[in-house]
Write a protein that binds this ligand. Structure first.
Ligand code: SAT
Ligand code: MN
Length: 594
């Protein structure tokens, strides 16, 4: 008798009608073969799927040019399909499962004709972890198949784990005709199913990533008592050799990867990289919070990465490994055969090809690399990946950081008064939008816990879950908030960011060890200026004061906007959060120092 996984694959093949079905074993030879097919046989629009880059500087690396309409996540085409619309909540697009499946069945009929369907068995988390989940994705894209092998633990071992069981997460993916009007990313939490059609782009197509490890997993986490979060996991080693583990939630394209790969600007400090995008958080038997990265690779933003700003990212990209490295929608220097992007610390070469493969004029106002150009690289190639990344239960977390991109208002860093106040602060964060998703860039939108596009259920229930989760932690981590993006009157960033962010991490460690006090303000605990280690950094004191300033008038406007966010959720909103908002308003109208 056929196994459930075989039956499912057969059923999908009957619907999508590929010419061939190939079960991937995850081997190096297989990946080489897929890349070769992508170079020699397949095309996306007028471009080959892969272009081999200079093996001298970027060994085993390939450039992928996507379809020009398929360059970022499409949140307006991303749905949660649960029978109850309120369970999906106003934070998600909703369709009933019946209607969604009917539509997808129509769109998927014969959609793989002329192509090969690759079956990708994979695990999220390492096989020895009690939190590992078995998954199978089918796809008709070699780019997706090669990417999934980098990002997840893909191979026959996953199939062996599944065996005769029907307990695996299903991902049905087809690029179909890449028509933006027939592009849907649909989640069926009750069926452990993601069905994505019409896009080959990262977050839309690598279904183990945002679709499963955040949207479906956040839903599972609520039922099972854990959290799936859009967070970096790092260990910060101090000069005494003590490592403090932290998570950091930041919206897409706001520097998570650079933070995860930070090379300390302060002597004696070192950052260890455990994850750059997703953290699964569990309560340990010791009552502490433990974090594990379910992924095995990085799908990071290329623009702005350079040897000066992110040397560890560059080292990772330039090193040779068991896995290929992919560049998506960067520019290309055809003479050196190297990828190029704005912000790389190289002079602009002559004769660049832009991200679409067209000749690029250096006088052009359009960038050569797409603003959301990306690299896909194995974390095993990262020189700062520590051995504890392989710990089955992850690492114990002492501090959780939440960040936003705000050119005004938010100070560089602050700490919450306690867990409940921290959950309120995280739930209320607003951030200016980036090119990671298809929408207007630079517009302020509320992005609670950097999860607005990724929370797979009603966000009011999610806030409730966060509050309850904190109650169950005997030793909860302390909660901190950061904004690297504040600008001065001239519109220039005040804080240099990147590797200098270690100064903020050091302040956090000093707070955790009760070495320093902080200034109690209306919004939380803000650094006393002299407690931020500014050795070797030349920022005038008045600028630093500006960076930490809390303007009560602007914060009152912010409070009104936060109330607007909460109103959408009606009486599903936890009263504790509303009380926190009321307390903030009271403090803003009182006589706090700043
Ligand atoms: O495309 S992804 O969703 O994987 C990257 C991101 O937007 O964070
Ligand atoms: Mn992300």
């Amino acid at each position: 008798m056929a196994k459930p996984v075989e039956e499912w694959v057969e059923e999908v093949a009957r619907l999508t009608k590929p010419d061939k079905v190939h079960w991937c074993d995850g081997s190096e030879e297989e990946a080489e073969k897929l890349v070769r097919i992508g170079i020699e046989e397949e095309r996306i629009g007028d471009q080959p799927v892969f272009h081999a880059l200079s093996g001298r500087t970027f060994p085993n690396s390939f450039l992928h040019r996507s379809h020009p309409t398929d360059v970022a996540r499409t949140e307006h085409l991303t749905y949660i399909c649960h029978p109850d619309e309120q369970t999906a909540g106003p934070n998600n697009n909703w369709m009933s499962p019946g209607e969604a499946k009917e539509m997808l069945l129509n769109l998927s009929e014969g959609c793989m004709r002329g192509r090969t369907m690759y079956v990708l068995p994979y695990l999220m988390c390492q096989a020895n972890s009690p939190y590992a989940r078995n998954c199978v994705q089918v796809t008709d894209s070699t780019y997706v198949a090669v990417s999934m092998r980098i990002m997840a633990r893909m191979g026959t071992h996953a199939l062996e784990r599944i065996g005769n069981s029907d307990d695996f997460v299903k991902g049905l993916h087809s690029i179909a005709d890449l028509d933006p009007n027939r592009r849907y990313i649909m989640h069926f939490p009750q069926d452990n199913l993601v069905w994505s059609i019409g896009s080959g782009y990262g977050g839309n197509a690598l279904l183990g990533k945002k679709c499963f490890s955040l949207r479906i997993a956040s839903w599972l986490g609520r039922r099972e008592g854990w959290l799936a979060e859009h967070m970096v996991i790092i260990g910060v080693e101090d000069p005494e050799g003590t490592v403090t583990y932290m998570t950091a939630a930041l919206p897409s394209a706001c520097g998570k990867t650079n933070l995860a790969f930070l090379e300390s600007a302060l002597p004696g400090y070192k950052v260890w990289t455990l994850g750059d995008d997703i953290a699964w958080l569990h309560i340990g038997p010791d009552g502490r919070l433990w974090a594990l990265n379910p992924e095995a690779g990085v799908f990071g933003v290329a623009r702005g990465v350079s040897r000066a700003t992110s040397p560890n990212v560059m080292r990772t990209l330039e090193s040779d490994g068991f896995y290929p490295t992919l560049f998506t929608n960067t520019a290309l220097d055809p003479r050196s055969n190297e990828p190029w992007w704005e912000g790389i610390d190289e002079p602009v070469p002559d004769g660049l090809e832009d991200w679409r493969g067209r000749p690029w004029d250096r006088g052009s106002s359009a960038p050569a690399a797409h603003p959301n150009s990306r690299f896909t690289v194995s974390l095993f190639q990262c020189p700062t990946r520590p051995p504890e990344s392989d710990e089955p239960r992850g690492v114990p977390i002492s501090a959780m950081i939440f960040g936003a991109r705000r050119t005004r208002l938010l100070p560089l860093v602050w700490e919450s008064f306690d867990w409940q106040h921290g959950v309120f602060c995280a739930s209320s964060l607003g951030s200016e939008t980036t090119a990671a998703a298809m929408h207007e860039v630079g517009v302020l939108r509320r992005d609670p816990m950097a999860m607005a596009p990724f929370c797979g259920y009603n966000m009011a229930d999610y806030f409730r879950h966060w509050l309850d989760f904190g109650q169950k932690l005997a030793c909860p981590p302390r909660l901190f908030f950061v904004n690297w993006f504040r600008v001065d009157e001239d519109g220039s960033f005040i804080w240099p960011g990147f590797n200098e962010n270690i100064r903020v991490l050091k302040w956090i460690i000093d707070r955790l060890n009760n070495r320093i006090s902080a200034c109690e303000t209306a919004i939380g605990l803000v650094p006393n200026l002299d407690d931020l280690d500014m050795t070797g950094l030349n920022i005038p004191r008045d600028k630093m004061e500006q960076l930490l300033e809390i303007d009560h008038g602007s914060w009152s406007v912010e409070a009104a906007d936060i109330e607007h966010l909460y109103r959408q959720f009606g009486d599903r909103m936890p009263p504790e959060i509303l009380q926190e908002l009321a307390s903030l308003r009271k403090r803003l109208s009182g006589s706090y120092r700043l």
